[in-house]
Design a protein around this ligand. Sequence first.
Ligand code: ZN
Length: 238
Amino acid sequence: MRFIIQHCFSYLMIILVITTAVLLGANFYTAVAVVETVGSNPVTVVIDAGHGGEDGGAVSADGVRESVINLQIALRLNDLFHLLGTETKMTRTEDVSLHSDDHATIAAKKVSDLKNRVELVNGVPNPLLVSIHQNMFEESKYHGMQVFYAPTGGSQSLAETIQSITAIDPTNRRVAKPAESIYLMQNIRCTGVLVECGFLSNPEECAKLCTDGYQKQMSLTVAAGVTDYLRKVSTNEV
Ligand SMILES: [Zn+2]
């Protein structure tokens, strides 16, 4: 019975990853390699849903809060990694700020929240950080996912691997960039990236980011990128 269950799970995994690969335009052999490596990888992926609680992050013209979209995509990402057998730790699973109780002003709470996130990430054994955010700009024409990387080993490669998966938006020409002034990225000790999934300032992209379908595609993109990066690490390609 146990053998049958394990076998069914393996088939499910293969179907999932092949479906993911087909959806994202990767080739079949990459998909099979991913199936072989993710189950035994000891890395814990820390999934950080940016902002939360009083800090809603960016807000679209029609009131969509970044913190809400971040959490929805982060929860989907968490589900995908569990299905793939990859350990995860989420910084938050509800719409809350992570500041300590002894701070009164919004600015102090924000600083405390970021320090607590850094402490949480650095306290996880063998972590890899993926921080989920949404972008904002004065002009509404800009769109597309962009990945920013920490100055730690492996981060640039991880960012470029995620950024290279463009099936979700083939017109996206953005490139991965260093996260130069982002406190969380500058203070973690592990491989880490911050994914700006899209622009809330672009009404079309904002509407897509609110849908189940696009959130699923976005979380698949990030999960496939992280999984492919871990495969490259395990085969000494990075
Ligand atoms: Zn943000």
